[in-house]
Design a protein around this ligand. Sequence first.
Ligand code: MG
Ligand code: MG
Length: 269
Amino acid sequence: MSGRIELKTREQMRVMARAGVIVERALAAARAACVPGARTADVDAAAAAVIAEAGATSNFLGYHGFPATTCVSVNEEVVHGIPGDRVLAAGDLVSVDCGAVVEGWHGDSAITVIVGGDASRQDRALVAATDRALWAGIAALATADRISDVSAAIEEVADEARLHPIDGYVGHGIGTQMHQAPDVPNYRTRGRSPRVRPGMCLALEPMLVIGTDESAILNDEWTVVSVDGSRAAHWEHSVAVHEDGIWVLTAADGGASRLAEHGVVPVAP
Ligand code: MG
Ligand code: MG
């Protein structure tokens, strides 16, 4: 996505953090609903209930006609899966992507859950490495000169794990809209990327697959699948950059527990 980068005040970031923690809670409910025998629509309903109870609204519902509050993508589905009657089985990898809006400010976050808690070693490694790639990217953002420093940190973890970022799907700016400039690629790209500046809020979201980085869109016109059928994982957080540091907006602790191993201490806006 190109265009002007919207810079937020710290006060605006604090409103985004309110949206963000609602998303975190919605995803916790969605995670709890990812049990063998549940339908993907049940996972969606669990998240939707949290957003409604909090008095927030969904930014996914109705987005270019999207019919649900979450994207629920199973196994070879990478992102943008539509929740429905599909029944989850033990060992499925379920990526749940969710967002919420408070006073016009957006939050966006995603998790990948292993249904029933157990999966093949390869699948567990995929989920763990994608999560690690996200936090490496967030940690890099704390000292990044340019967005490309974040992309490189994400790709480095993918490379080490011999996984591949899906080509063409990237993170993004977030604020008064869910998707804004600048793009935040999950891989190194040619050319100069924007400088990281105080006031930026960015959604980082590595989407890694075991096999080829090529994807296709199903006939439902939403669901993105890996072309070779290999499994995918997706983790996402929305992060604010301000004069004194970074803060993970979609985590109640600002990301402190996960950034400690990177030597980064988040600072509330
Ligand atoms: Mg998302
Ligand atoms: Mg996003």
